[in-house]
Design a protein around this ligand. Sequence first.
Ligand code: ADP
Length: 397
Amino acid sequence: MKILVINAGSSSIKYQLYEMPQGTVIAKGNLERIGEEMGKLTHQYDSQEYTTETPVADHEIGMAFILETLVSEKAGAVIKDIAEIQAVGHRVVHGGDEFSGSNIIDDNVLASIEKFADLAPLHNPPNLTGIRAAQHKLPKATQVACFDTAFHASIPEVAYMYALPYELYEKYRVRRYGFHGTSHRYVARRAAELMKKGKYDVNLITCHLGNGCSMAAVKNGKSVDTSMGLTPLEGLVMGTRSGDFDPAILFYLASKGYDIKDLNTLCNKKSGLLGISGESNDMRNLTEKAAQGDKRAQLAIDIFCYRVKKYIGTYTAVLGRLDAVVFTGGIGENATAARAAICSDMPQIGIELDQKLNDTVLRREGLISSDNSDVAVYVIPTNEEGAIAADTYELTK
Ligand code: ADP
């Protein structure tokens, strides 16, 4: 069965075409700069790359262009007819508290995605546009929504409620939802397989460290807490997002003349690794700068690692028994020095890295803890698209 996985952002559509149940990626690509003067498509198939530029006014036109590309001779004609695509799996960021798994899209599901758009104004509206475009272009295909929030639906009230007036929860649904759920679930299931245990028999801390970063406490295979909150701003230090800080800083800055828009930009776009270093949101750049003696680049990395370490401590207390810590995402999979710093000096938790393994496990799956470590530490490259394809297949077959 051919399944197309779609991740529609505000000005881009990323896609992967899968052959299921084998899980083979037939083609993948990214259509960028939708709505700008010139759109750019990068399409990969059979280890070949086809790129082209053309104006793409909106997502509807973008989706048509991607489907044309899949059948185009110039781009390898990876399928003969778009009708071969039997299902489309859509990444949807916010499903609020209404979805504990992926769902076949019907009018109710569409209405919910629309309802939660005010909690994820940058993500849900383009996700919806992507769904509508796919429905128009592939009316016979089953459309499935896979929510970033779904894996965290198991988080108990004590962990998802904020200590704010209760009526804010009743009136405005102010609570912790959590994100990156597809990634946390994928690496948690994979870790259980690597440990030769059942998927509900493991207690884990999963660390998704990319541009956006979040951690999850996974008890008996289910998420029981996570670092992101109502929005993806809370928790860890990220590329440009602050993560946790004293909310009174906002009132203080407001008294200095910052308005809501400034504060929003400041916390989401100008903070995190970029804000501290003053130079870059990219861990690779900061690692290079720090090696050249740049103190603020080093400070940014140190604060980043310290925050992850702190959450490992917190989640160990939450879980009681900890079987493994899992690193994933661009930083988690590649930044060996950051992993070493995060896992340093944690004998009280039973974590000890094998330095050699840590240095050699790069962009691939592997165990990086030493034989003496009570807690296993794994690197597991995330595969959100693969997980979406698998869910879509299960719901469609
Ligand atoms: P996104 O959240 O946008 O999917 P990624 O998961 O690709 O992002 O993660 C991007 C981050 O991974 C960047 O900070 C980047 O510097 C970091 N990264 C990628 N490769 C390396 C590497 N070899 N060493 C250190 N950091 C890396």
